[in-house]
Design a protein around this ligand. Structure first.
Ligand code: ZN
Length: 268
């Protein structure tokens, strides 16, 4: 069975056909997903969807949206973690992190939320799901100071040295549609060379479409869509199998075991 370790199934892009999206994923063998929250506004949505479909969820505040959070947002998150601490489907604090790529975001606000949420992960003894965009060193700096029980650096696109630093701190690295582009030389080199036991698979659906779904800005303006969905995970995994010279079954087995280990999921 495949595990999509990062899917925004509650996103509005899936409102019209969410059940069909889940059915297509399950038909492709993607029987397990982790649904990360991104704000105080969707903490309930990811939990309810995870329970409705037998998936898992994470609760956290995404760095791109923290400036829009109401006062007391971290306390609201803490209360939700407290309320559901005995819920086996709650597996991580996430999606949290730092985004140093998107222009105009307040880095100090992001950092404050990130540190506060690392503290929550420690308090509730949960791993974290990290948003890493041009921010690996800043994320690592705080992780070395505030140790958590590992987690996933999602959509990883850093250097080999940064990847190894995350691995040393108990993290797995999330790979998805980005590695299906032949020009993504750095990501493909990482996917080829990092230890197999450090890798997990993800779609980040509806975002990060693989190469075969990608549409240019001009095509999108002309009305073509490129929504990614969890049913794409096995085809994305074929790229990883090819890059590493492995059978796709071996990739399924290893990446699922890695995800289960780092998130503490019961064996299939
Ligand atoms: Zn995400």
């Amino acid at each position: 069975m495949w595990i999509d370790t990062h899917c925004h199934l509650d996103a509005a892009e899936f409102d019209a056909d969410r059940d069909a999206v889940v059915a297509r994923a399950k038909a492709q063998g993607v029987g397990c997903m982790v649904l990360p929250a991104v704000s105080t506004a969707n903490l309930d949505a990811v939990r309810e969807l995870a329970h409705a479909h037998g998936f898992f969820y994470a609760l956290g505040l995404h760095p791109m949206y923290v400036e829009a959070e109401p006062p007391g947002a971290v306390a609201m998150l803490r209360a939700a973690l407290e309320r559901h601490r005995d819920d086996d489907r709650l597996v991580a604090v996430g999606e949290i992190g730092l985004d140093h790529f998107v222009p105009g975001l307040d880095r100090q606000v992001q950092e404050r939320f990130y540190v506060d949420q690392l503290q929550l992960a420690r308090e509730f003894d949960l791993p974290v799901i990290l948003h890493v965009r041009r921010s690996a060193d800043a994320l690592l700096k705080h992780l070395r100071r505030l140790r958590v029980k590992g987690g996933i650096a999602h959509a990883f696109n850093g250097s080999l040295q940064q990847a190894l630093a995350f691995i040393d701190l108990g993290f797995k690295l999330g790979f998805g549609g980005a590695m299906t582009f032949e020009r993504a030389l750095r990501i493909r080199a990482l996917a080829r060379e990092l230890p197999l036991q450090a890798l997990v698979l993800e779609t980040d659906a509806p975002d990060i479409p693989p190469q075969w779904l990608y549409r240019t800005a001009a095509q999108r303006a002309a009305g073509q869509t490129c929504r990614n969905e969890p049913a794409q995970l096995p085809r994305i995994a074929h790229t990883l199998a090819e890059l590493r010279g492995l059978a796709v079954e071996a990739v399924a087995h290893a990446t699922s075991a890695n995800a289960r280990q780092v998130l503490g999921l019961a064996p299939a």
